[in-house]
Write a protein that binds this ligand. Structure first.
Ligand code: PLP
Length: 405
């Protein structure tokens, strides 16, 4: 098909050309005397992204899922109890992993479209007088439903009753796009991956581990080997890895961290909020449709899960968008299969890229008989962005450049 593919799944995200170019390197010796410079640039560059000065960023040759497994098997004893809520396919998969690894799960079943139920976390932790719950698990951004949870509130709940459990946060589709604060929120393990806000191909498990979690790992008896934190931290201390790292991914990461620092992390968050609000304007005002997230406090700034009207199959919208318009939208997963499609709006993107996704989704829906008017979604997004562009652009800068041209 002529023209480029518009990649608007919520990860993998578009890799900036700068990052692609940085990854085009000859292979090199990962035990050379100069290799530690690259390792250190990546690990120290990640610390401000996690907002930590004390925790240890770790890079595993995996995706985010490997970092879930690493958190559980490094920090917990076999059969330990964990407290977790499930409100989408990714929080479900984490629960599933806990069960399959033999941990005892106290599950807070939560409607899909809502986020982590803070009051229920507090109730379970308060009832746990003997402190049998060893870890509290929270999915910060449920990518399947486009729901963001309040991690700080979970930490406050834990602190209010002085519960000593570790706090594990899945920030796979949040890190480097939605605010995340390792130190301030007292997160013990943050789990993420390379293919979302970090704007890289999939292939690096990007995680960060507090000193408290590293201490717990010293005596935790769950079986682990390849994902052992201690092996990694020890090798990283001298700038190396316990096994062969993916050198191009490290060069790519160094470049993407440079790009994030150049834009400024807070500006990156502002850009994501602003772009997401434009997509929501298209959904609500332009198309008169609903999100899966049931209330504004849950709206995600990295992914919108858009409910299709009754009688329309979301999977057909996605297939039409792909086959006819070369646009990749995110699928409805598991319980919400067929009921929605998702627009990923995270990573390296701007208004005009998103207009392509909104227009393509609009055309695919029109082709399938959804009762919307052509151009309404695009117009609503444009109106929002034009009215709010000062959020992301210095006042007048764009307009002046336009006049000069
Ligand atoms: N958690 C969330 C919230 C995700 O969105 C994903 C993947 O999209 C995962 C976990 C699993 O990560 P990975 O596919 O990198 O293993």
């Amino acid at each position: 098909m002529a023209g480029r593919n518009f990649l608007f799944v919520p990860g993998p995200t578009n890799v900036p050309d700068r990052v692609t170019r940085a990854m085009m390197v000859a292979m090199e010796d990962h035990r050379s005397p100069i290799f530690p410079e690259l390792t250190r640039a990546c690990l120290t560059g990640l610390m401000p992204v996690f907002k930590t000065t004390t925790a240890s960023p770790i890079l595993f040759p995996s995706s985010g899922t490997g970092c879930w497994e690493a958190a559980l098997t490094n920090c917990l004893n076999a059969g330990d109890k964990v407290l977790v809520s499930r409100f989408g396919q990714f929080s479900h998969l984490w629960v599933d992993m806990c069960t399959r690894l033999g941990f005892e799960v106290e599950l807070l079943e939560t409607p899909w479209g809502e986020g982590a139920p803070v009051e229920r976390y507090l109730a379970s932790l308060s009832a746990d007088r003997e402190h049998k719950i060893k870890a509290v698990l929270v999915c910060q951004n449920e990518t399947a439903t486009g729901v963001t949870s309040d991690v700080a509130a979970i930490r406050r709940a834990m602190d209010s009753i002085k519960h000593p459990a570790l706090l594990f946060v899945d920030a796979v589709s949040a890190l480097a796009s939605i605010d995340f604060r390792m130190d301030e929120w007292g997160v013990d393990v943050c789990i993420s991956g390379s293919q979302k806000g970090l704007m890289l191909p999939a292939g690096l498990g990007v995680t960060c581990v507090s000193q408290k979690a590293l201490e717990a790992a010293k005596s935790a008896n769950s079986k682990r080997c390849y994902f052992d934190y201690a092996d990694m931290v020890q090798a990283n201390a001298s700038g190396y890895f316990p096994y062969t790292p993916s050198v191009p991914m490290l060069y790519g990461l160094r470049e993407s961290l440079t790009m994030l620092a150049e834009e400024g992390l807070e500006n990156v968050f502002r850009r994501h909020t602003y772009l997401a609000a434009g997509v929501r304007a298209a959904v609500f005002e332009g198309w008169k449709l609903k999100l899966c997230a049931i209330a504004p406090k849950w709206y995600s700034d990295t992914v919108s899960a858009i409910m299709v009207p009754d009688g329309i199959n979301g999977a057909e919208v996605i297939a039409r968008a792909f086959r006819r318009y070369n646009l990749s939208l995110g699928a409805g997963l598991s319980k919400v299969a067929g009921k929605l499609f998702r627009i990923g709006h995270l990573g390296d993107l701007n208004e005009l890229m998103l207009v392509g996704a909104i227009a393509g989704a609009e055309m695919a829906m029109l082709d399938l008989g959804v009762k919307i008017e052509p151009g309404r979604g695009v117009a609503a997004a444009q109106n929002y962005w034009r009215a709010n562009s000062s959020v992301v652009a210095p006042k007048g800068a764009g307009a002046k450049a336009g006049v000069a041209a």
